[in-house]
Design a protein around this ligand. Structure first.
Ligand SMILES: NC(=O)c1ccc[n+]([C@@H]2O[C@H](COP(=O)([O-])OP(=O)(O)OC[C@H]3O[C@@H](n4cnc5c(N)ncnc54)[C@H](OP(=O)(O)O)[C@@H]3O)[C@@H](O)[C@H]2O)c1
Length: 240
């Protein structure tokens, strides 16, 4: 069996990815989010607030049998408080770093400790963002968390290589997706975020990609051997 752990499985990209994976009867999906919206006999939900690090520390990965493939998708994320440094709500800084960067680090640490020596293919797929690779004003915390996720993934890859481990790791920028995160971005104040008109235009001009389409692209990175080699990757790397 193939086992997929997906954070943020209740909506947006995480829900589309869960729905897509569940179409294959050899896949079992474990979803983690504050709400549950996937109902399926092969879907197991854990209600968890991943910005609360005590809850993250208390999450136990289950015992698994007959493991052909085990994948952790660190997908849950928020853009946070879109404001200039100096104006940001401090609790939102803590929550955004916790959810976007510290929770994925803890989950990955526990995932590798628990499943590292089991049979089968193992993948850690971190959902990053182009925002971790280019500075965007008003998004200091978000950009920093995604840059941190990229570096976390690169260091992990070095360690796995030195240890001769067969675990694969990717930090994937998924492109711009038509989800609630984009709604939140369009709702920011112009004086805090100089790029807001560009993001309003993305929606108006139909440039945002439906999450079901992005989910199919993300699935390719978990299944095509040639796409599992570059730790820092983007759906824009796909040529077909
Ligand atoms: N949308 C884009 O254009 C875009 C671009 C680049 C990268 N990304 C990345 O793609 C990933 C998915 O984003 P999305 O656009 O699909 O966002 P979304 O539609 O807002 O969904 C976010 C998911 O994260 C979960 N989540 C949020 N806060 C949580 C918390 N405290 N604890 C547990 N789960 C939490 C939500 O579930 P609950 O509310 O039920 O907890 C939801 O399932 C994120 O990492 C994002 O940074 C998105």
């Amino acid at each position: 069996m193939n086992y997929y752990f997906i954070t943020g499985s209740s909506k947006g990209l995480g829900k589309s990815l869960s729905d897509l994976l569940l179409k294959d009867s050899t896949n079992i999906v474990y979803g983690l989010a504050r709400t549950c919206s996937v109902k399926h006999e092969r879907y197991h939900h854990t209600t968890i607030d991943l910005s609360n690090l005590d809850e993250v520390l208390n999450y136990d990965f289950p015992e698994l049998e007959k493991t052909d493939k085990i994948v952790l998708v660190n997908n849950a994320g928020v853009v946070g408080d879109v404001k200039r440094v100096g104006n940001i709500d401090n609790q939102k800084i803590i929550d955004c770093y916790s959810l976007n960067l510290i929770a994925p680090a803890i989950l990955t640490n526990n995932f590798i400790a628990k499943y590292g020596s089991l049979d089968g293919e193992k993948i850690v797929l971190n959902i990053s963002s182009g925002a971790g690779r280019n500075p965007i004003d008003g998004w200091n915390v978000y950009c920093s968390t995604k840059a941190g996720m990229d570096m976390f993934s690169q260091v992990l890859k070095e360690e796995l290589k030195i240890d001769g481990s067969n675990i694969k790791v990717l930090s994937l920028a998924p492109g711009i997706i038509d989800t609630d995160m984009q709604v939140k971005i369009r709702g920011a104040a112009k004086e805090e975020f100089s790029n807001i008109d560009r993001f309003i235009d993305y929606k108006k001009e139909g440039d945002l990609v439906a999450p079901d389409i992005t989910a199919k692209q993300v699935l390719r990175f978990m299944t095509e051997e040639g796409l599992l080699t570059n730790v820092l990757c983007s759906v824009r790397d796909l040529t077909n």
